[in-house]
Ligand binder design. Structure first.
Ligand SMILES: Nc1nc2c(c(=O)[nH]1)N[C@H]1C(S)=C(S)[C@@H](COP(=O)(O)O)O[C@H]1N2
Ligand SMILES: [Mo]
Length: 323
């Protein structure tokens, strides 16, 4: 509490990463602090600027709605024809709800995605906590049309809205000790009926990337798809999209991002390290124990199979793997 007051008095010193109080403080803490200031009789003693900042509301989903669709980033959007929205938002892997891809959409009704505080911490100088809607307001969104490749041998072409993960990570100023980034999905069994059906799984769902992979331009934080905010079945309100890796690396409904020293455990790697190696780059030459990876069925095409490309066609990442 004291820290907040000191901070607020120092209104002149605003580094680049300065964020309005309302944006960095989860709503509960925020209104508590107001109450605290009032009780202490401090509210009136502070400058008008502070009051103005207090009055600033955090971004709401309704306000953010008008940002969609984001401007398409041509660099990352070759002339692909996206998969139909019916497939993209109706055929989903999201085991917290169901292992039946057609069922997920029917089961997300009770899943609440606002408010949605996301914490960014671990080995960094400026850990922070921000609501997903404030992240959208802070970073803005652009659209990128990416190939998407699930390890089960199917693919889609999906128009995502969001921003580069790197921009968010840089805000936290990772230290030199940070070698990996770990991501964690929300675990709310009361709202996620699939969790109880898989009690042997090491929930919550976790994933990870090497820091250089996480900082790559292609690594995307998606907040929307098909020109709209993400539907819950696609991982609302924020999920990762790593287009050159198998789909399970693209973790949904993220609540925590941590800089860590050692390769983090991930849900799939813990269940089967042979089937789900940590790196998991798309590679048609490396068969999976259960699925050949040479080709993929493009969903929404009536069963067309196409040849799978190394790095899912994103050869630009090859430099990350040269030794
Ligand atoms: N939390 C969480 N994230 C997840 C999954 C999951 O079950 N839980 N499934 C993964 C897999 S296997 C795939 S293929 C993609 C599917 O994303 P989509 O439904 O948006 O196409 O999400 C990935 N992210
Ligand atoms: Mo997948």
């Amino acid at each position: 509490m004291l820290w907040h007051i000191i901070c607020m008095a120092n209104v002149i010193i605003r580094p680049d990463w300065f964020l309005p109080e309302s944006a960095v403080t989860p709503e509960a803490t925020y209104s508590n602090r107001r109450q605290f200031l009032k009780t202490m009789g401090l509210g009136a003693g502070l400058s008008g600027g502070v009051l103005a900042r207090d009055a600033m509301a955090a971004a709401t989903p309704a306000e953010n709605l008008k940002r969609y669709p984001g401007k398409r980033n041509a660099k990352y959007s070759p002339n692909f024809r996206p998969t139909t929205e019916v497939w993209g938002t109706g055929y989903n892997n999201f085991y917290e709800f169901s292992t039946d891809k057609f069922q997920v959409r029917q089961l997300v009704g009770g899943f609440r995605t606002t408010p949605w505080p996301v914490t960014i911490g671990g080995l960094c100088k400026k850990p922070f906590k921000m609501d997903a809607q404030d992240l959208v307001a802070k970073f803005g969104i652009e659209e990128r049309v990416y190939r998407f490749r699930c390890v089960e041998g199917w693919g889609m072409i999906l128009p995502w809205s969001g921003f580069s993960l790197r921009r968010l990570l840089e805000l936290a100023e990772p230290t030199k000790e940070a070698r990996y980034v770990k991501f964690t999905t929300a675990m709310i069994p009361a709202q996620m009926p699939g969790i109880a059906r898989l009690p042997q799984y090491p929930w919550p769902y976790t994933e990870g990337l090497r820091i250089a992979e996480a900082m790559h331009d292609l690594t995307f934080v998606a907040t929307g798809i098909f020109g709209k905010p993400l539907p819950k079945q696609n991982g609302a309100p924020i999920r990762l999209v790593v287009p050159w890796k198998y789909g399970y690396k693209s973790i949904k409904s993220i609540v925590k991002i941590e800089f860590v020293r050692n390769q983090p455990k991930t849900l799939w790697n813990t269940l089967s390290a042979v089937e789900y190696p940590f790196e998991s780059n798309v590679d048609p030459a490396k068969p999976h124990p259960r699925w050949s990876q040479a080709t993929e069925e493009m969903k929404g095409t009536g069963g067309v199979r196409v040849r799978t490309l190394k790095y899912n066609g994103y050869g630009a990442v090859a430099g990350l793997y040269r030794r």
